[in-house]
Design a protein around this ligand. Sequence first.
Ligand code: ADP
Ligand code: MG
Length: 286
Amino acid sequence: ATPTALMVGTGRGAKMGILIKNGEVLEAVNDVKTVIFDKTGTITVGKPQVTDVVGDEAQVLQVAASLEDASEHPLAAAILARAKTAQIKATAVEQFRAIEGKGVAAVINGQTGFVGNDKLLTDFKLDQALTARASQLQNEAKTVVYVGLADRIIGMIAIQDVPKATSKTAIAELKARGLKTVMLTGDNQRVAEAVAAEVGIDEVIADVLPGDKADHVQAFQQTGKVAFVGDGINDAPALTTADVGIAMGSGTDIAIDAGGIVLVKNDLRDVDKALALSRKTFNRIK
Ligand code: ADP
Ligand code: MG
């Protein structure tokens, strides 16, 4: 009987740490052609660490930590941790602003400062040496943020978030099933490509603003059903838009609510297991 098969399937999943929240997703799974992944916290561990500080390290960290103090972004946490290790104390700032997909800005000691990516830099001409160093760091899969103070770039901070140990195997399993794998990220193209190469992802879409993730999912839906795997607040619209939304158990509550399937163990190999289980369960229901 239909409900029995569903219960057996969801029960088996729950034992493996794969929570199937509704039967609806099961129907879509059979026809999934593309699996789209968020990068940070989904393919990578989600605990970025500062690896390089370019410029006067004490000053760059002091300004950056002060500006990032009110931010909840994982990159902010990395900068604050590094400042703490270096025993640098944050200065109080005024007029703090988080600029979605770009960075943060605030007034520090009467001067405007910012920390963020090149989308924040439209008014600056970066000197060649700095640009070259940034590209080099990005090719090493490091995210680069620029630190600006009073109309001047005072330095750069490189931050790395390593792939989870099982991400590469997980992607290979999905590709072996004939599925296309895609990475969708707000991070820079070079960094995204470097991470994608490490784990074997087929296609990269980088520099995506948080509000645009769902549109990219829709574009792939032109060619077949799409599963989206993510963990962040900004992944929620993509998780709901996808035919199968798969949230990381470690993700934000908003992402977990938006996902039809939740991976409790945060292991990307469970994507393949979830797809296989759903397929089995659905075929039994039919
Ligand atoms: P994702 O979650 O896909 O990695 P986000 O949209 O959160 O992407 O961020 C995209 C990019 O915006 C980051 O890689 C970084 O360059 C910049 N950015 C966002 N927030 C901050 C912040 N608080 N400090 C510095 N840079 C930031
Ligand atoms: Mg994420």
